[in-house]
Design a protein around this ligand. Structure first.
Ligand SMILES: *Cc1c(COP(=O)(O)O)cnc(C)c1O
Length: 299
């Protein structure tokens, strides 16, 4: 195994270097993907939209009928502490609650003691610098996204076998990333990002069947501020390929332009005008006190 990235974890009630953060092989988070998580980033020592991430995480925990071992202040305090202890100024901060282990090893999820851990590692990007500059080349997978009637996509989860299978398909096709459809001709999302199209000045993104990404929400708010029309609606794969611009949104890197879908070249110059404006405003907002929280050094 390669060297671990620099980082700190909070696990079993302790702060440890990332290389020492381990969970039991009996944890249902691992054995059954029975877990929820959230990822918030820190940019220049400020959390971006922390409240939104904490709201989504605590809502997901409730939907899965799990319980956090502390209240929201306690949770927030741990996130501040791991970031401070890591010394990282730009960071990727992941909080996780798994079903945990049943003390009697019963098969009843109600018996399990939920397991919370969190970790911080250096800021990560869904696309490298060169890819961000020229736009990603993506593949639309034949594997479809797990249906919302099976797994609630608004609960951030580790049911990633469809997404990972899609990535392999994309690499086999000589592409760099993947979009998954719903099997009925509509696009959903990709591995850790939401998808947007721009057509005739209007910005659209799938309304349902996707994680309600915080960056997705942010992009819609930035559009409102820039007086760009938006619509949350079904998005066909065909319409996406004829869009003027396509971009994706993720906490892991913000807004990223798409240059090619399958063998169709999207729009003209990369990034397109709308994508460019949104990306600039997105990063400008990272120093706005209304949308950010300074990392507290511990007391
Ligand atoms: C995390 C994630 C996203 C992006 O959400 P953000 O809150 O913007 O980071 C989109 N889709 C899936 C499946 C995800 O896991």
């Amino acid at each position: 195994m390669g060297e671990f990235p620099p980082g700190i974890a909070y696990i079993d009630g302790e702060f440890v270097p990332i290389s020492e953060a381990k969970i039991s092989v009996l944890d249902w988070g691992l054995l059954r993907s029975d877990a929820t998580y959230d990822v918030v980033h820190v940019w220049k020592s400020r959390f971006f939209r922390l409240d939104h991430h904490l709201d989504r995480f605590t809502t997901s925990v409730k939907k899965l009928r799990m319980e956090l071992p502390f209240d929201r202040d306690g949770l927030e305090n741990i996130l501040h502490q791991i970031v401070t202890r890591s010394g990282l100024e730009d960071a990727y901060v992941e909080m996780v609650l798994t079903r945990g282990v049943s003390p009697t090893f019963s098969r009843d999820p109600r018996d399990a003691v939920n397991n919370f851990f969190a970790f911080v590692i250096p800021f990560g990007w869904i696309a490298d610098e060169e890819q961000r500059a020229r736009g990603l080349r993506v593949h639309i997978a034949s594997v479809t996204r797990i249906p919302p009637s099976s797994i609630d996509p608004t609960v951030k989860n580790y049911h990633w076998l469809d997404l990972v299978q899609g990535l392999h398909e994309a690499y086999d096709a000589g592409k760099e990333n993947v979009f998954l459809g719903d099997g009925r001709g509509n696009i959903t999302e990709g591995p850790g990002f939401n998808i947007f199209a721009v057509k005739n000045g209007e910005v659209t993104t799938p309304a349902t069947g996707v994680l309600q990404g915080i960056t997705r929400h942010t992009a819609l708010e930035l559009c409102a501020e820039l007086e760009i029309a938006t619509q949350e609606t079904e998005q066909t794969e065909v319409a996406l390929k004829s869009a003027d611009e396509v971009f994706v949104t993720s906490t892991a890197g913000g807004i990223v332009a798409i240059a090619e879908i399958d063998d169709v070249r999207i729009g003209g110059e990369i990034p397109g005008q709308v994508t460019k404006k949104l990306t600039e405003l997105y990063w400008a907002k990272h120093s706005d006190p209304a949308w950010t929280t300074a990392v507290k050094s511990h007391n």
